[in-house]
Each structure stands twice: as C-alpha cells, then as structure tokens.
Design a protein around this ligand. Sequence first.
Ligand code: DC
Length: 227
Amino acid sequence: MMMPDAVPVLTIDGPSGSGKGTVARAAAERLGWHILDSGAIYRAVGHAAGAAGIDFGDAAAVARLARGIRLEFRDPGDGGDTRVIVDGVDATDAIRTETAGAAASAIAAWPEVRKALVDKQLAFRQPPGLVADGRDMGTVIFPHAPFKVFLTASPGERAERRYKQLKAKGLDVTLVSLLHEIEVRDARDASRTVAPLRPASDAVVIDTTGRTIAAVVDAVLALVHQA
Ligand code: DC
C-alpha cells in the first residue's frame, strides 16, 4: 500500500468564483483521484455554529464545535452534487447559501478553528491521488504537494459566475450585492493573519478570466501529465 506521503496531491487554491470548484471536480474525475472540498468543511462548521447559536467571535467555542463535528461526504452515485452530511443531517443545500459562505469566512479567520480542521483535511489523502480545493491547500495543508495551481479571475467575472450558479439554484440574489460580498470576503480572506489567501511560492498561477472551464482543466492536467 502507498504511504500517505507518496500519494500525489494536486492543490487548487484561489478566491471564490475563480472556478476552482468546477475545475477541481473535473480534474479529479479525469485523473480518477479523490477530491477534498475544504470550503465545504468551513461552510459546514459555520453553518453548524450558526445553528447552535454560537457567537462567531467566540473562537474557543467554534473550535470546540469544529473538533467534535462529524462530517461525511457522500457521492450520490447519479452524477449529482456530493452530499455533505453534518452530524447525521444532510446539509448540502444549507451550506451553499451566501449566509453559510459568510459564516465560513468569519470562523475561518480563527487560528484555533483552522487547527481543529487540519487532520480532517489530511485524511482525504488516499491512493491513487487527491485533488484538494481551497484557499491554503498549497501553502498550509499540503505544502509538499507535487502539483500546485492558483486560479484567479477578475472580481466582475467571479460575481457573474456566482450569480449564474445561485440563480440556477433558484436563489434570489443581485449581481451588485454579490460583487460587494465577493470584495468583502476576498479582503477578509487575504488579510487574516493565519493562512491568508495567497499563491504558494511554487504554485502555477492561472488567470481564468475569459477562459472556458475545459481550457483551464486542460492547462491544469498538463501540469500533472508532464511531470
Ligand atoms: O470555497 P468556498 O467559497 O466554499 O469557501 C468558503 C469560505 O471558507 C471562504 O470564504 C474562506 C473559507 N475557507 C478557508 O478559509 N480555507 C479553505 N481552505 C477553504 C475555505
């Protein structure tokens, strides 16, 4: 059996709306590798903290919740979205709302909360390989990953992508409010003292503005295949 350290990891980091979730899923499928959606973990904790009435400013209480939370990721088997089960309850839709995203971003700023979630993320590194999607996959969680990508896109294009995604789900949102939320969330994610959003020094930065998903996936897979 392959040792965990020998299992290859492709890290895909970037801000929300950079296309990393879609690109990570497509790359994992083409490679036949596992996928870690680390944002879903932070969203699940934010959602659970909100549901439990925990103050997001109470780092110790949120970290306690993060240590104890039971998370399961289930492939529905019909090509649909991975189901996210939080403490036995299907929270797939609940964690995708903008409220859960804002909660995730708030609780993710606490070092003790991030620390509480490290082992849960490392456990995803299973043969034959892992595609890890997030903000600090290449910098903090898998610093020795052989393949690292950082995706960017202009704030306007990212807001438009989120708008289409959320509208398709029937949610009532406006482009202006999304652009504002994206700018606020980016500023917070990039300025926090622990694991701020930034490319690893050895990451390949790809600007996805105006590029199709397929073209970006090909560029990402070329990195793995040329190794
Ligand atoms: O990728 P996403 O939008 O689902 O992530 C939601 C929030 O979780 C994001 O605003 C910041 C936080 N997050 C993080 O701090 N570190 C990660 N590896 C992934 C997400």
